[in-house]
Design a protein. Sequence first.
Length: 281
Amino acid sequence: MIKKNPLGRGLESLIPKSSEAKNISEIDIVDIVPNKDQPRRSFDDEKLIELAESIKQKGVIQPLLVTQINGKYQIIAGERRWRAAGMAGLKKIPAIVKNIDNENERLELAIIENIQREDLNPLELARAYKGLIDKYNYTQEQLSNIVSKSRATITNSLRLLTLNEKILEALSQNLISEGHARTLIGLETPDALTILQKIITHNLSVRETERLVKKLKNKHNTPEEVSKKDEDIFIKSIKNEIEDIFKTSVRIKHSGKGGKIELIYKSNEDLNRIISIIRGE
């Protein structure tokens, strides 16, 4: 059964309008603790210093969003502001206190807040998605609804985690881009690491990396095998696209020049929803 999205309209529903400004409190910085499940793991020191200087001059313009846990205030959104405020020497910081007891809802909010601000790097985002799936049993479809991303986007993000740790470390350190990392998915580890080194050493573009990977695959496989793999990738891409349109599971059975596409529905209501999409209603 699909979980109801506890966020309603999203993060904006938790941020007060001007008429609710009286709900903002000044909280001692030492009484605030970060969220252990905060999806963001890296904080750029240079940018933190810049933010700290801004806070010294103008103060904290946007309050933190926190919830009370075990006598402390745990950050839901705004850890970067909290860190910079501490660097700026502030003793207190403005915050909105919300009663959020549900642990997975706190993680949802943290992910959404970072996504809206584009603060997460690709690896942090993938690990955050995986955390919701592994720890709270979310499906990719539920994640798609929560973070307003297509199911294919969620799937592609999670695939990054199949890469070797050395590649993930290079991605985390911005030595390679997400596009570079994606081209290495599915390669044998020795081949992937060899190409990784070439990307870094020769500053290869994503397009150049793709050509290198294709050349390597053609070297390892017969023309028939290359053709079959290209076909499988195409079918999988089409499958993801159809699933994104109909928001349901899809099976594609391809054989020779023909085949069939199956749309999976779980109830009469689900069937009616799919029919409405087909009819363009």
